[in-house]
Structures are given as structure tokens and as C-alpha cells.
Design a protein around this ligand. Structure first.
Ligand SMILES: Cc1cc2nc3c(=O)[nH]c(=O)nc-3n(C[C@H](O)[C@H](O)[C@H](O)COP(=O)(O)O)c2cc1C
Length: 306
């Protein structure tokens, strides 16, 4: 039975990929994900300069979801190369996806140029964090023309595969994915967090997050993510890293049937700890055996044929 995935010509030993922002900061934490069974990892998004992010509290879990307003804190692209080298040396068979962010298109291009020199296999373009506005006052992926313009500009500075990370907070994600494809994207990552949302502490009478609002991930967003991946699959012919609310193996299979080739694993780690990767891969294996599939590629997009 084949659980290997070919994604933009890059080989993954199984379809699970650490989603950006969860543990993907140091080389050691990414290596640890591989030791626990993930197929590949996405590093935390990086800007040009160091960013402190938003003040605490920044992450809360509640029944059904996880709300966060981390604000993309990080050490900046120039210092991150060291961590990527540690990872790439220890895990040569588990592809590394570097995630670039920027306050505007100019910064995104500059960060992508530096990322291109690092040992990353794929460059993910984070156009969709709901807590950090771009120069237009909203994430790039919330505007179809800006998505095209930014993707095309970054396409010009790297030959590595690029995956554009899209926002669910739009009425037409399939059309936005199509524009990214036409601008030269090799893949789509979907979805980033939903929202923003808010939780209020009834005793302090105040929003709980210091930033007041945050993006929502976790099991409650799975139906939104499945619909987004389905719409994207219908509109493009490039592969998808399906992400959002995958909390067990059944969710993962659902996402593949919607059109995901790889699976972004984020909240499942919050629910199941590092066991999540192996648990999900084992369930896919078990399902394929029960249902008579030999190749994992045969699951991708199945829900479109019925
Ligand atoms: C604490 C936290 C930090 C995140 N940081 C990033 C990030 O740096 N870059 C990015 O593209 N997405 C980031 N995300 C979004 C996740 O990668 C993912 O797209 C989203 O949470 C949906 O998946 P999930 O439901 O499995 O969490 C973050 C999410 C959380 C909860």
C-alpha cells in the first residue's frame, strides 16, 4: 500500500504536514515532529525583522475551537536560516516548507528572496493571517487582484515551488485560488484561521485576548475548511495542502476526498499532542485497507466524482 505523496515533484513519506505556527520555530521542535511521524513540516511565518507579536493572553481554547492573536511574533528571516539548516540536516527525507510574511508586497518579496537561499523545499506565502493587516488594511488573500499581483511578484524571485496560503474569510476562495494559479503558484494551502472572533470574560466584562480579536482554528472550523478545499479543487489543477480543523484520521480522509493532497496538522496537536501525526496516518492506512485502496493518491478529490 502506498502512503507516499508526490507534491509538486517533492516526496513526502506520508500526507501529514505540521501547519505553520504550531511548533515550527526551532530546528529541534521540527525534528521532534518528524520523530513523531509527520511527513513534513511548515515553519512559523517569518517577516524581515524580529516581531514581538501581540501581548498576552494570545491563545485560548474553548469547546470546539482555538482562538489566537499571536500576531506572527518571530525572530525575523535573517536569523532563521540556522534553525532550517539543523532541520534539513537531520531530516533529509521529510520536506521543509518555509513560510513568508510581510507588511506589504515589497517586504514579502525580500523575505522570499532570502527564504529561497535556505534549505527549504517549498515556500509558502502567508497572505492570510487575520490578525496582521497588509498595506491595504486587510490580508492580501482577501483581495483577488492583490493575490495575483503578490503571487506574480514572488514567482519572479524564486524557482522553488510556491504555495499560496488562502483565507476562508472571503465569498469566493475558489476564484482567488485560480488567480494565484494563473500568477504562477504551484500549490495552494487552505485554510488559515477563520474570523476574527472574540471571547468575553463575563466577570471582568472585557474581551479575554489582549488584542481583543483573534483567528479561529480547531475542530469547529472543519466544515468551513472542507468546503473551501472542495471549492479550490474545483477551480484549479494545482495540488492543495488541506488545513483547518483536522482533529483525527476521519477528518483527514474527508479533507483528502474534498481535494487535499497533503494535510496541514495544527489543532490535532493541541487535542492529541505529538501522537496526532501517527494516529492520523494509521487511520488513513486502516481505512485504505478496509475500503480496498492501494494508493493514497486515489483518495484525493473523490467527493467530486459522486
Ligand atoms: C497559535 C497559532 C499560530 C499560528 N501561526 C501561523 C503562522 O505563523 N502562519 C500561518 O500561515 N498560519 C498560522 N496559523 C494558522 C494555522 O497554520 C492553520 O492554518 C489554522 O490554525 C487552521 O488549522 P487548525 O484548525 O488545524 O489549527 C496559526 C494558528 C494558531 C492556532
Amino acid at each position: 500500500m502506498n502512503l507516499n505523496v508526490d507534491f509538486c515533484g517533492i516526496k513526502f513519506p506520508n500526507p501529514t504536514v505540521l501547519a505553520s505556527g504550531y511548533l515550527g520555530v526551532t530546528g529541534a521542535s521540527m525534528v521532534n515532529c518528524v520523530k513523531n511521524g509527520c511527513g513534513g513540516v511548515t515553519a512559523k511565518s517569518l517577516f524581515m525583522e524580529e516581531r514581538l507579536g501581540h501581548p498576552n493572553p494570545t491563545v485560548l481554547t474553548y469547546p470546539g475551537g482555538i482562538i489566537n492573536a499571536i500576531g506572527l511574533c518571530g525572530e525575523g528571516i535573517k536569523k532563521a536560516g540556522h534553525e532550517f539548516k539543523i532541520y534539513a540536516k537531520k531530516c533529509p527525507n521529510n520536506p521543509l516548507i518555509g513560510s513568508v510574511a510581510g507588511k506589504n508586497i515589497k517586504e514579502l518579496i525580500e523575505v522570499a528572496e532570502i527564504m529561497d537561499t535556505y534549505p527549504v523545499d517549498i515556500i509558502e506565502l502567508n497572505f492570510s493571517c487575520p490578525n496582521v493587516d497588509d498595506e491595504m488594511g486587510r490580508p492580501i488573500a482577501c483581495d483577488i487582484n492583490t493575490t495575483f499581483k503578490a503571487t506574480k511578484a514572488i514567482r519572479a524571485v524564486t524557482k522553488k515551488p510556491i504555495s499560496v496560503k488562502l483565507s476562508p474569510n472571503v465569498p469566493n476562495i475558489g476564484m482567488i485560488a485560480k488567480q494565484a494559479e494563473e500568477a504562477g503558484a504551484d500549490a495552494i494551502t487552505a485554510i488559515n484561521t477563520v474570523g476574527p472572533g472574540m471571547l468575553i470574560d463575563i466577570y471582568t466584562r472585557k474581551p479575554i485576548l489582549a488584542n481583543k480579536v483573534g483567528g479561529i482554528g480547531g475542530m469547529g472550523i472543519k466544515p468551513i475548511a472542507v468546503r473551501c478545499v472542495y471549492d479550490i479543487y474545483k477551480n484549479v489543477s494545482i495540488p492543495i495542502i488541506a488545513t483547518g480543523g483536522i482533529s483525527n484520521g476521519k477528518d483527514a480522509i474527508e479533507m483528502m476526498m474534498a481535494g487535499g493532497t497533503l494535510l496541514g496538522i495544527g489543532s490535532a496537536i493541541a487535542y492529541h499532542d505529538m501522537k496526532a501525526f501517527e494516529m492520523i496516518t494509521n487511520k488513513i492506512h486502516e481505512f485504505m485497507e478496509e475500503e480496498g485502496f492501494d494508493d493514497i493518491a486515489d483518495l484525493v478529490g473523490l467527493a467530486h466524482h459522486s
